[in-house]
Design a protein around this ligand. Structure first.
Ligand code: ATP
Ligand code: MG
Length: 251
């Protein structure tokens, strides 16, 4: 029987490429024939909006609150979306006295795990209750980082949170890898940062880096993933290659 691999895209820093990576990797996986669900777990709704979905009745907030049955939007062949909604911003406060509030997403996804190959969760840039729900439901997390020295400050905070979750809520959770995004191989700073990360995290840095690529920045405005918007762009090629690396690593 199938059992979906559940992967959270995680970094409490904003604008590092969590959403771009979630959408691009999800679509690339589905194009290889895998059945993929992308969960937009961020009140900014960036993943949903970048796929052209706005204020949908089907959304992760109403599912987590138990107001609606789990349902998806079909983004393209084999590619399903559980969109976010603005209400998610209130989730943390509303759930502050709910017993088992860390397990709501895990519970909600249980009925579909056997029908999917991958569930990709796009986290928000903070380490609050929604992100804790993502990490409690996931077997793996992937961290996109920018190629600046500052990109790894804050990493120790992130690892502390992950370690607490491993101890208390989900011992299966593992780092699948670190993605270097918006990388420009001609910039000394970018190459140096890649070396620093490699020396700290050894085999955890994916060997595919994602280049700075204007098509990746433009795709959300066209309400399409990079795989439809500019399938031959450097960004699309890099994300397809990275997806192969992820598939091989998680075999
Ligand atoms: P947040 O923390 O706010 O959720 P994020 O980590 O999800 O942000 P993205 O939204 O994926 O980050 O990316 C931030 C911005 O950078 C977006 O405008 C996106 O289009 C752009 N961007 C992401 N990756 C690239 C890239 N490789 N080349 C050029 N632009 C990129
Ligand atoms: Mg995002």
């Amino acid at each position: 029987m199938k059992s979906a691999k559940i992967i959270s895209l995680l970094n409490q820093k904003g604008g590092v490429g969590k959403t771009t990576s979630s959408v691009s990797i999800s679509h690339a996986l589905s194009m290889k024939g895998y059945k993929v669900l992308l969960v937009d777990l961020d009140a900014q709704c960036n993943a949903s909006e970048s796929l052209g979905v706005n204020s949908s009745k089907v959304n992760v907030y109403s599912v987590l609150k138990g107001q609606e049955k789990l349902d998806f939007i079909n983004a393209s062949d084999n590619f399903y979306l559980l969109p976010a909604s603005l209400d998610l911003a209130a989730f943390e406060l509303e759930m502050s006295s709910e017993a088992g509030r860390e397990y709501l997403l895990k519970e909600a996804l249980e009925p579909v795990i056997a029908h999917l190959d991958f569930i990709i969760i796009d986290c928000s840039p903070n380490l609050g209750l929604l992100t804790i729900n993502a990490l409690t439901a996931s077997e793996y997390y992937i961290c996109p980082v920018l190629p600046h020295h500052l990109s790894i400050t804050g990493f120790s905070t992130l690892l502390e949170v992950v370690n607490k979750i491993k101890r208390r809520l989900n011992e299966k959770l593992k780092l699948a890898g670190i993605i270097m995004t918006q990388f420009n191989k001609h910039k000394v700073l970018h190459r140096e940062t890649a070396e620093v990360i490699q020396s700290h995290f050894e085999d955890k840095l994916f060997s595919t880096t994602i280049p700075e690529n204007i098509s990746l920045a433009e795709a959300p405005t066209s309400k399409q993933s990079i795989m439809d918007y500019a399938p031959t762009s450097k960004g699309a090629i890099a994300y397809r290659q990275l997806t192969e690396e992820i598939i091989n690593k998680l075999k």
